[in-house]
Ligand binder design. Sequence first.
Ligand SMILES: C[S@@+](CC[C@H](N)C(=O)[O-])C[C@H]1O[C@@H](n2cnc3c(N)ncnc32)[C@H](O)[C@@H]1O
Length: 221
Amino acid sequence: MSEIINYYDKIAAEYNSDRFANSYGKFIDRQERKILDKLLPNKDELVLDLACGSGRLLNYAVYGVDGSQEMIKIAKEKYPDKEIFHSDAEKLLFENNSLDAIISFHFFMHLDKVRIKKILEECSRVLKPGGSMIFDIPAARRRKLISYNKSGWHGNLALSKADTVDLNTDFVIKRSFGLLLFPIHRIPKKMRLLFNSLDYFLANSLLKKYSSYHVYEMIKK
Ligand SMILES: C[S@@+](CC[C@H](N)C(=O)[O-])C[C@H]1O[C@@H](n2cnc3c(N)ncnc32)[C@H](O)[C@@H]1O
């Protein structure tokens, strides 16, 4: 089993409360949902949440896939009616050209480009032509700006738009969004959510290139 899966198996029970019940986690969750509400308005579409974890964003999907049995156990308790599969992201159990969209959050940042390219090949196989691949990734420019020191696989990768275009030629980038422009950890905890809309607005203004994360919507040709 990979180090990453092993890690998520061990922290599965606390993952959602540790990461998303605090003011920082709520902040990012709210902005991600704003983007997903915009990108996935049609509730009838066949959407897969890839690396769905314990199901934080599974309300947007019909299917979930994750490599951690323990994360899946919790996701299934939350969403007993959804089809959630245990598999590696590189080998999906779906037919060719069968899905309308794939979302994948807080996942690609753990990987390297070679692995992401393989996963995107698999996503391209299962998406219908015109289907969308929606994912987040730390922004290379922001990391340079703050002289981010990478340590270990957790925050392994950041990409520029040009790097993202290079990942797979089956896709074209339709649009991108910025997330987290303010250094949120410097804002007092009680005040943070008050800044959410302003931060979202600025992260999607001319300052987008300086946001901490970008969410890409890529369309399969
Ligand atoms: C940070 S969690 C993200 C969970 C969820 N997408 C979210 O945003 O809350 C990363 C997830 O990726 C899963 N994962 C890691 N490597 C994987 C792989 N090769 N195939 C499928 N899932 C994998 C982990 O088990 C973990 O649940």
